[in-house]
Design a protein around this ligand. Structure first.
Ligand code: ADP
Ligand code: MG
Length: 585
């Protein structure tokens, strides 16, 4: 084999792949540049998820005409002079690679005018070569359009994700910038429709409302570094009150020295701060800014700058955790809204807490029931399916254990039934039957509460209208990111409508796993879970008997829709063995 040095354009395309891996990374690099140029307004336009077009324009300081060509040379930067500077980086960019990389794999047009000059310059690149030069007289700032991204890198094109995924990625990206730079006005236009806008008035709380939705923002607590702290590590931002939580950690947003970072250990520090305040498997929402002297941080770990390395990781972890924990404990002392979420002092045992939590949930929900049959009178009122043969033997209810499990007896021994799992199964099969008869879910019509959502969630709702309607949830667009909740699934009548929608959005965000049936079924399982009688709810004998009767007639009585067991069976023989009563003794 002959060894050869690669041609320049091949080198350029290989290197480009490290910096710009997908359309969202082009958007990121161009925004970084605009921010480094002190822009106060950044407008982003994207078509077909960036595959067709990415355009970013800013009102920053611009590039002097004499430097414009140089800016497109690899390792050309105005932000770094010496190796020493590397330990003092204050700008987002410093490697001088982005413009060169993007130009190498697209058709790129740039128009820039320096604040100090009367006219500006334009250049058009095709596959990294200049094909057109010109001048123009517009306002100071920079304007870049990128078309046909990766058209000359067939290998990369094969791996590009769908425009829908990319749109979502870009929306999330721009929202994160809006949080970390509330003093900059961002607009994002996707396929000619405005998708996101921040005010740029410098107010983080307002930026957060634009990104997370006003309802969520209202329940966030402000984090401040304790005044006493002499530490050089500063933490600020917002975290969710314990009443507000999610099923994943995707809303824990962390920024270090103005840069978004994904760092499992820092996220964990935040989660740990909620220890005993959140149920297992639930995660907080957080927008946290960590600031530390630049020399304690290495941002030059990754070409796309997604990772950072700390000189004193443990101190950063500790500072973050302390700041969040202090905020939560202070809020506990002052906030009324926390009253419904008990924080149990000195309760080290998580299980005790989640039990208490569930009791509280029941207590909060109880007054909403009009009848005095107890919280789940509907269990007995549900239409049974007498035409279907029993899939379990006839069971006689003996009693309830821990307000969570029903003890029953049948011809073959003892049964211990998980009331929540069993009810989920019953509700889920009712739904499947309704679908089979092509009936839509029974729904509860509401006067129309409004709900304000972040752009990413709003677009999910818009694209999934049909599936939502199938489960009885109608959301009517009411302004760009506001919806009227027209109806919710009837079985969720006792749950706050906004909470219903939140649960459904969480499910939508997860998307479908390979091998999973349909999104509609996934949503329905979630609804059933929300609707089912909770563990920790005391049931009357009639309610228990009703629940068991219905379980007996389900098609798959042994598991809940999520696959967990609904009952444990102990045969008469097993019982005898356990007690050492062998035959004849
Ligand atoms: P880096 O940002 O790492 O310096 P880039 O390739 O992204 O490298 O940009 C090269 C140079 O071009 C920058 O250092 C900066 O001087 C100039 N530049 C790029 N984009 C802009 C912009 N939007 N406004 C002003 N100057 C810019
Ligand atoms: Mg740059």
């Amino acid at each position: 084999m002959t060894i050869r040095v690669l041609e320049d354009d091949v080198i350029a395309r290989i290197a480009a792949g490290e910096v710009v891996e997908r359309p969202a990374s082009v958007v990121r690099e161009l925004i970084d540049n605009a921010l480094d140029a002190q822009a106060s307004r950044i407008d982003i336009r994207v078509e077909a998820g960036g595959h067709r077009l990415v355009e970013v324009s800013d009102d920053g300081q611009g590039i002097p005409a004499a430097d414009l060509e140089l800016a497109f040379q690899r390792h050309a930067t105005s932000k770094l002079w010496s190796v020493d500077d590397l330990s003092q980086i204050q700008t987002l960019g410093f490697r001088g690679e982005a413009l060169a990389s993007i130009a190498a794999v697209s058709r790129l047009r740039i128009r820039s005018r320096s604040r100090d000059e009367q006219t500006g310059c334009t250049l058009l690149f095709e596959d990294g070569e200049i094909v057109e030069r010109g001048s123009h007289g517009s306002t100071p700032g920079t304007w870049v359009t990128v078309e046909n991204l990766f058209h000359n890198v067939p290998a990369r094109q094969k791996f590009l994700r769908t425009p829908l995924t990319e749109r979502r990625q870009i929306t999330l990206l721009v929202s994160r910038y809006a949080l970390v730079r509330p003093q900059v006005r961002f607009t994002l236009t996707l396929d000619d429709q405005e998708n996101f806008r921040s005010s740029g008035n410098g107010n983080l709380a307002e930026a957060m409302a634009a990104v997370l939705g006003r309802d969520v923002a209202r329940e966030m607590l402000r984090v401040r570094t304790p005044v006493k702290s002499a530490d050089s590590i500063q933490v600020g931002g917002f975290v969710s009150a314990p009443a507000l939580h999610r099923s994943d950690r995707s809303r824990i947003l962390l920024f270090v020295n103005g840069r978004h970072v994904q760092d499992a250990s820092l996220s964990f520090a935040v989660i740990q701060a909620y220890h005993t305040l959140l149920m297992k498997g639930r995660f907080p929402i957080a927008v946290l800014m960590i600031n530390l002297p630049p020399d304690q941080l290495d941002v030059n770990v990754h070409p796309a700058k997604a990772e950072v390395r700390f000189q004193r990781p443990r101190e950063v972890f500790g500072a973050l955790q302390r700041a969040v924990r202090t905020t939560l404990l202070e809020a506990e002392g002052t906030s009324v809204s926390l009253a419904r979420n008990p924080i149990i002092h000195g309760a080290p045992d998580n299980d005790t807490l989640s039990g208490a939590w569930q009791d509280m949930e029941t207590a909060v929900r109880q007054p909403m029931f009009a009848s005095d049959h107890g919280p789940d009178a509907d269990v007995t009122d549900l239409p049974a399916a007498p035409q279907r043969p029993r899939s379990l033997p006839m069971l006689r209810v003996i009693g309830q254990v821990g307000a969570s499990f029903i003890v029953a007896e049948g011809p073959a021994g003892m049964y211990l039934i998980d009331q929540q799992a069993a009810h989920e199964r019953i509700l889920y099969e009712q739904f499947l039957e309704q679908r089979e008869r092509e009936e839509s879910m029974t729904q509860l019509t509401l006067a129309g509460e409004t709900l304000d959502l972040p752009a990413s969630e709003a677009s999910l709702i818009v694209t999934r209208q049909e599936q939502l309607r199938a489960i009885g949830l109608e959301l009517e667009p009411f302004g760009p990111k506001t919806f009227l909740i027209r109806s919710i699934p009837a079985m969720l009548a006792t749950i706050e409508p906004r909470e219903v929608v939140r649960g459904v959005i969480e499910e939508l965000e997860k998307g479908l796993n390979p091998g999973e049936d349909t999104l509609e079924r996934r949503l329905m399982r979630r609804v059933c879970k929300q609707a089912a009688v909770r563990a920790g709810t005391v049931l009357s004998r009639e309610q228990m008997q009703g629940l068991v009767r219905q379980l007996e007639r389900t098609k798959s009585p042994l598991t809940c829709p999520h696959g967990r067991p609904t009952l444990l069976h102990m045969s008469a023989g097993q019982l005898a063995r356990e007690f050492g009563r062998h035959q004849g003794t």
